[in-house]
Design a protein around this ligand. Structure first.
Ligand SMILES: *Cc1c(COP(=O)(O)O)cnc(C)c1O
Length: 409
């Protein structure tokens, strides 16, 4: 693979996503490889949020629930996320945090298999997924069973109600076979819940083709919705009628404004709603999704793999055995990030940040580099590895100021 800086410039000029970066407001001199943790700011967002606050809220006041469309904003935003995950319009709900959404979907999924006593989780998953699963198991009196990350299907049997998996691992960037594992779970009569936090907007997902049961994903990573923007949930339409999520609030009622005493769930995915939607956050997310208009997932995937391929080639060429690549090299098993193991990974990441290259550290020894294909360029990748080689060559990661870790990096 051609790896000179001139080759990187040429690859950017030829990219089908050329020009998309201009839709984002990135500080000068920063190479941002942390969009898998917090997506960059789309330029359209500040004006939209200002308008929603000043006009819709400030002037329209209560009438904006109807006149500005606040009441069905969550549904409209869900319809824009749907094509990114292979969902039909009308089947994606947006509103709560990822953790809360995971809780609601897991309880509902387990309730679809009332005669089964086991909930399976993958032990290296993002901690909140396992914490929530353990809370759900306690609440419903289920057994929490850990699977082997290398072969999650091996522990499946006819006691398993639900298998909860994260499609792309947050630490290693390794990607599971979504369709294959879904089929394996269905083979023993279990359901699967997929966490798409590190997939949505960066790798193609087709929940319908995979015949998945339920999925959850966050919107502040590759979808650029802003810090704490609400998560989404998808449930296969075959489960809608029996879907019984535990937070039965008025926004999930069939007729919220009739103020009935009894709870009657709304049809379809709307029953995933609980309370008043976060209109400001949904407005920012709605505007952020404009950056995806007119781009298909295949083009995003091609760009993402081109960036991670270049990063891997340069790491091999420039760093050799100084770091260990923990992300699978096979395209079919790679998400949109590359993780490197180094005993001083924390110091390496801090020294890179000091040079304007923003990746992040995951305990105990992993440095992560995310390739958000809408705004990361091949030139960024080239420059990032230049800096990485300089940090390691100059032992900058050993500086005393990096000896104490900050809680949030
Ligand atoms: C980012 C991420 C989360 C975040 O959960 P929040 O409730 O939004 O804080 C959860 N799970 C996975 C797999 C993630 O990558």
């Amino acid at each position: 693979m051609p790896t000179s800086r001139a080759d990187a410039v040429t690859a950017d000029e030829r990219s089908p996503l050329r020009g998309r970066r201009d839709l984002f407001d990135l500080p000068d001199g920063v190479v941002y490889l942390d969009g898998n943790s917090l997506g960059a700011l789309p330029r359209s967002v500040p004006d939209r949020v200002r308008r929603v606050v000043a006009q819709e809220w400030g002037v329209g006041l209560i009438s904006s629930w109807n006149s500005a469309g606040w009441v069905d904003l969550a549904r409209r935003v869900g319809d824009r996320i749907a094509p990114l995950v292979g969902a039909a319009p009308g089947d994606v709900h947006v509103g709560d945090s990822t953790s809360v959404t995971l809780f609601k979907t897991l309880v509902a999924a387990c309730r679809l298999r009332p005669d089964r006593r086991v909930l399976v989780v993958e032990p290296t998953t993002f901690p909140t997924d396992a914490y929530v699963a353990s809370g759900v198991a306690r609440l419903l009196g289920l057994e929490l069973r850990w699977c082997d990350p290398a072969d999650p299907a091996a522990v499946l049997d006819e006691d398993v109600a639900v298998l909860s998996l994260t499609h792309v691992d947050f630490r290693t960037g390794a990607m599971y076979d979504l369709a294959g594992l879904t089929a394996a779970a269905h083979g023993v009569g279990a359901l699967v819940q997929w966490d798409l936090c590190h997939s949505t907007g960066a790798v193609p997902v087709d929940l319908t083709a995979a015949d998945a049961d339920a999925a959850v994903g966050c919107t502040y990573k590759y979808l650029n919705g802003g810090p704490g923007s609400p998560a989404f949930a998808w449930v296969h339409p075959r489960h809608h009628g029996a879907w019984d999520q535990p937070v039965t609030g008025w926004f999930g009622h069939a007729h919220p404004f009739e103020m009935d005493r009894e709870f009657t769930p709304a049809d379809g995915i709307t029953r995933m709603a609980s309370g008043t939607p976060p209109v400001l956050a949904l407005s920012a997310l709605d505007s952020a999704l404009d950056a995806f208009d007119g781009v298909g997932m295949p083009a995003l995937r091609e760009a993402s793999l081109s960036l991670s391929d270049l990063f891997l080639a340069l790491v091999d060429e420039r760093l050799g055995s100084a770091v260990e690549v923990v992300t699978p090299r096979e395209h079919a098993r790679r998400g949109s990030q590359v993780s490197l193991r180094h005993p001083d990974a924390y110091g390496v990441v801090q020294a890179l940040v000091a040079r304007g290259v923003v990746g992040d550290f995951r305990t105990p020894d992993v440095a992560r580099f995310g390739f958000a294909p809408l705004y990361v360029t091949h030139t960024d990748v080239h420059d990032a590895v230049d800096h990485l080689a300089a940090v390691l060559g100059g032992e900058e990661h050993r500086r005393p100021e990096y000896a104490v870790r900050n809680a949030v990096t």
